[in-house]
Design a protein around this ligand. Structure first.
Ligand SMILES: [Zn+2]
Length: 556
């Protein structure tokens, strides 16, 4: 009897399952989307193309040699808010500007031989801000949200914890100066903004950019604002080059400064104090406020020893909107020329700071363009330096919520709508969108905005805000890791996944700025070009002349 029951059960099960399979609709496969094949380059359709391309990559990888030289110079580039999605979208955008398909384009820093991933959280925040991250990648100490140049013992906004020197975290800029190197900073933001402030400031509140921002009781206690610290305190006053925006933080809030009305209520003109400080040191110096003045300094035979350039009262303008301001690339070129004069080497911090601001306003077009400008600055730095002695590290402080989504065809306009499908509501959607931000994707009628009916979108306005899911006044940062690209001495140290606070320690090791010295830290100093040519041509003549002069002066 049991065998008969089992067989009957099997038959019933089979019938039920069969019926179930027949009545349940099959899930729609997303990849049923048909791409537009028109753009595929013919050669890419053959497997041999990809094998050849991989073979050439392998060949260049095999040629790589471990470079354990002393890094005489170090340049740290930070693309503020340059997430990996931003890198991908910017390379595609740049490739499409060059009339390519875009996806295959490579930004300058993507050519670097070594990459790693850095975790970016703050001590007390899952998703970080630019203050705690600047402290991390410039001082090597992780700290709290909103805090710059101080360790995790501080309370944000507490003056007492700011004044306690035990909490101070000196930057790699300071380490470099202590080792006799020259130091500079270049940014497209106010030079007092969170990222550059990580080079020189110790503040428990990132917003204390000028004295008007600091509570009166903190000023009474002796807490100084960020601009003041840059001009009056070490290491800021020792920086050979400072280029960026933010004049208003340095100038008094009184008339008589033309268009340069400042914010300061202490009546102090910090640009004047900078001048006085350099006069007292008896060193040549120059303060410039526009592109032409900067280029004049660059082209003069007689570079000043110290250069301060403040090219905007606020942040510098977006590259696509700028008028008489230098590009990031130009500022980097000037900075490298200034700093290269020190035979002991230099440390330069460069920030492409407005990628972040464009993202905060959901202005994807500007964010991508700023990223391309940043890549141009990296290319310039690479062309002006020698990878046998200069370590260039390119990274970001944190990510953003921008995504590149949908299944657009190869070569589809990166700033356009997905060409293959509409959304489930039948409306088109953009490849680029934000998880949150000021342009909500749902309209007041409860329906999703049709971007193709918006003038700003169809006319490719620089100020078109890309749609986002969660409405917020300002789009937020993202919490995922950022990439680190390295080229030069000890580049191999930058591989793998690590905390962001490791970055300056690795750079300092390569540059011999710490007690932990590698075998090549004691190479003789390189002479500057002028000195070395003089010595190599007339070494004995020079010595003889010196000896004669000292004998004569002795006799006199
Ligand atoms: Zn930001």
């Amino acid at each position: 009897m049991w065998p008969t029951v089992l067989i009957a059960l099997q038959i019933v099960t089979h019938v039920i399952c069969h019926e179930d399979a027949a009545t349940t609709p099959k899930p729609k496969k997303v990849l049923e989307t048909v791409m537009n094949p028109a753009y595929i380059p013919a050669e890419e359709k053959h497997g041999s193309y990809w094998k050849k391309s991989a073979a050439s990559t392998l060949k260049s990888k095999l040629k790589e040699k471990t470079n354990k030289n002393k890094a005489r110079n170090g340049i740290l580039f930070i693309g503020d808010g340059m997430s990996l999605a931003t890198v991908m979208a910017a390379r595609t955008y740049a490739g499409q500007l060059d009339r390519g398909l875009g996806e295959e384009n490579i930004l300058e820093f993507e050519k670097f031989p070594v990459t790693g991933l850095a975790r970016t959280y703050c001590l007390d925040a899952q998703v970080p801000d630019s203050a705690c991250t600047a402290t991390s990648y410039l001082t090597g100490v992780k700290t709290k949200y909103g805090v710059i140049g101080l360790d995790g013992n501080v309370t944000r906004g507490s003056c007492h914890s700011q004044l306690h020197k035990g909490n101070w975290a000196p930057s790699i800029g300071q380490w470099a100066i202590e080792n006799g190197l020259d130091v500079g900073l270049v940014t497209t933001t106010r030079v007092t903004h969170a990222s550059p402030a990580g080079m020189y400031a110790h503040v428990s509140e990132r917003n204390w950019e000028s004295d008007v921002d600091v509570p009166a009781e903190c000023l009474t206690l002796g807490c100084r604002d960020i601009a003041y610290q840059l001009v009056m305190d070490n290491p800021g006053r020792q920086f050979k080059v400072i280029l960026g925006g933010g004049r208003r933080e340095f100038l008094p809030n009184v008339t008589g400064f033309g268009n340069n009305t400042g914010k300061r209520v202490d009546g102090v003109d910090l640009t004047e104090l900078w001048h006085v400080d350099k006069l007292q040191k008896n060193v040549s110096h120059q303060y410039v406020t526009d592109r032409l003045e900067l280029l004049k300094v660059y082209n003069s035979d007689d570079l000043p020893e110290y250069l301060l350039g403040l090219f905007n009262t606020d942040h510098m303008a977006y590259h696509l909107k700028a008028e008489d301001e230098p590009t990031l690339e130009e500022m980097v070129e000037v900075a490298i020329k200034m700093l290269s004069r020190n035979p002991k080497g230099y440390f330069l911090f460069v920030e492409g700071g407005r990628i972040d601001h464009a993202h905060h306003d959901s202005l994807a077009y500007l964010a991508l363009d700023e990223t391309v400008e940043y890549a141009k600055a990296v290319r310039k730095a690479r062309s002006l330096t020698d990878e046998s002695e200069t370590l260039i590290v390119v990274s970001s402080d944190h990510a953003h919520t921008m995504t590149v989504a949908g299944y657009p065809s190869r070569g589809n306009d990166i700033l356009g709508v997905v060409d293959t499908t509409n959304g489930g509501d039948g409306r088109p959607y953009t490849t680029i969108s934000y998880a949150n931000g000021k342009a909500a994707s749902i309209d007041t009628d409860g329906l999703r905005v049709d971007v193709t009916k918006e003038k700003g979108f169809t006319e490719r306005s620089l100020d078109y805000a890309y749609p986002s899911l969660v409405p917020l006044d300002s789009e937020t940062h993202g919490g995922e890791d950022v990439a680190v690209f390295a080229l030069g001495p000890w580049q191999h140290l930058f591989t793998a996944s690590y905390d962001q606070s490791v970055v300056p320690h690795l750079m300092a090791y390569a540059m011999c700025l710490t007690d932990d010295q590698h075998q090549n830290c004691h190479q003789p100093e390189r002479l500057t070009e002028a000195a070395s040519s003089a010595v190599s041509v007339y070494p004995y003549q020079l010595l003889l002349a010196q000896a004669v002069i000292s004998i004569i002066s002795c006799l006199l």
